[in-house]
Design a protein around this ligand. Structure first.
Ligand code: HEM
Length: 237
């Protein structure tokens, strides 16, 4: 598998199969999300939500596989090691583009996790089709407490498992602590969001469009990174 992914790619003169496959998959997921946006624009609520769910699951599977493959050192590292261009371009173009890309990916993930339950809460089923319902959408204080308690319990279970299974659990504990803290922070932002965008359907449209624009920008930044690494400034062997 490792050697297969390191074979010369088919898209760029100096890319690898691994880099090409991961770029093509990123392209497919973004196109699926943008198609889901078009469906929503045409008022096809049910098709929209089905395509969002399918592409979301596919994207998570891909991320896990990609992380697994990269941590095994299969794909070329998108750092100085893989960049063959001049230092000024590396510092002033490559690093900023890659940093923006990583920030957008994180934001896009957080927003998607927020938007999926929000989509169900903000809509109702009319016959066969989902429709957004207008009117204030507020989380009940009881539901809010249950959400927070669930996040806390999951963190506690993970922490206990780490303590039992790892000889030195400090690094992993900090990483998981930060992940759960982010989830709790996003959940508590709901109260603030309710204040500024009380209408559930308006909230879904505004935050949904923001999410879709972020996905489109993720595609732009990943294309730029791919082009710089494998077309414009490949490493010379
Ligand atoms: C990542 C998750 C999601 C994103 C980014 C998203 C994005 C959007 C956007 C941008 C629109 C408005 C289209 C426009 O006017 O420009 C929309 C409408 C809508 N969304 Fe979502 N959505 C998501 C998940 C969901 C889910 C899970 C449901 C579940 C039922 C849902 C149901 C709807 C419905 C019913 C509409 C209205 C369609 C119409 O105008 O009749 N969405 N969504």
């Amino acid at each position: 598998m490792k050697t297969l992914l390191e074979q010369p790619g088919f898209l760029a003169p100096s890319g690898t199969i691994g880099a090409d496959i991961s770029y093509l998959l990123a392209l497919v997921f973004t196109i699926l999300f943008l198609m889901a946006w078009r469906m929503a624009k045409k008022g096809q609520g049910t098709r929209h939500h089905k395509l969002i769910l399918v592409s979301m699951v596919a994207m998570i599977v891909y991320f896990v596989a990609y992380y697994y493959a990269r941590s095994l050192g299969v794909l070329s590292f998108e750092g100085r090691e893989g960049f063959g261009g001049p230092d000024e371009i590396y510092d002033n173009v490559f690093v900023p583009v890659l940093t923006i890309h990583l920030i957008l990916v994180t934001l896009g993930m957080i927003l998607a996790f927020y938007m999926i339950p929000q989509g169900f809460r903000a809509s109702e089923k009319k016959g066969e089709d989902y429709r957004l319902k207008s009117g204030d959408l507020k989380m009940q204080p009881r539901t809010f407490k249950i959400v927070m308690l669930t996040i806390f319990s999951c963190w506690a279970v993970v922490q206990i498992l780490l303590l039992i299974t790892r000889p030195s659990p400090f690094g992993a504990s900090v990483a998981y602590g930060l992940i759960f803290a982010t989830v709790a922070l996003v959940a508590s932002l709901e109260k603030l969001i309710e204040k500024f965008l009380p209408d559930g359907s308006r909230r879904h449209r505004i935050l949904g469009r923001t999410t879709m624009v972020i996905y489109a920008l993720i595609l732009v930044t990943s294309t730029a990174t791919y082009l710089m690494l494998y077309f414009i400034y490949p490493i010379k062997h």
